[in-house]
Design a protein around this ligand. Structure first.
Ligand SMILES: [Zn+2]
Ligand SMILES: [Zn+2]
Length: 181
């Protein structure tokens, strides 16, 4: 079954009027009833067979192909939405929990906090989220570093004038306070 929008049916009507034909004259030309043309022009396309519609289109010079292509494009233009829980690359964001391992500062990226429902931006600080490893493109894991390339997800800013362990501990307390509000 051919599917046509009301807009196209309207084009048929305009094309018919442009040719100076009334509905019965067109019906005679293409071999159908005037009432079928009338219904067709008002959007009830099921009243005519596909063959008749094509005959009318040809007779009036209305293109069906172009229109059906345009409508299928419109369908594929609808973005396919998947909830991706990205992580926030901002080391100062409360979604990233700092801790120290072997004298190095790491941030465990809490993706559920940064992106509870998926989306492009961090719900905590507004930063654009990363949805895969920025170094190698591997899928994210819940740790601080990429399992594929070993790079840290969040680049730490090492604090000056304060012991790293103390910094990480203080920051964790601060984050716990921010989050409990
Ligand atoms: Zn953030
Ligand atoms: Zn990686």
């Amino acid at each position: 079954m051919i599917s046509l929008s009301k807009d196209i049916c309207l084009k048929f009507k305009e094309a018919r009027q442009a040719k100076g034909l009334n509905q019965s004259a067109l019906a005679q030309q293409v071999g159908c009833k005037q009432s079928a043309i009338s219904m067709f022009e008002s959007g009830m396309v099921t009243k005519l067979s596909e063959e008749t519609v094509r005959r009318i289109a040809e007779f009036l010079g209305v293109s069906l192909e172009e229109e059906s292509k345009a409508s299928s494009n419109a369908v594929s233009d609808i973005p396919f939405q998947v909830a991706v829980h990205g992580y926030c690359p901002n080391c100062e964001c409360p979604s990233n929990i700092p801790y120290v391992v072997n004298g190095r500062l790491y941030y465990k990226a809490d993706r559920k906090t940064a992106s509870p429902a998926g989306g492009k931006r961090c719900t905590q600080c507004g930063e654009i989220l990363e949805t895969c490893c920025p170094s190698c493109g591997a899928p994210l894991n819940d740790g601080a570093c990429c399992a594929a390339c070993g790079n840290a997800y969040v680049t730490p800013v090492v604090p000056e004038g304060i012991d790293m362990e103390t910094f990480a501990r203080n920051r964790r307390i601060e984050i716990a306070q921010i989050r409990s509000f």
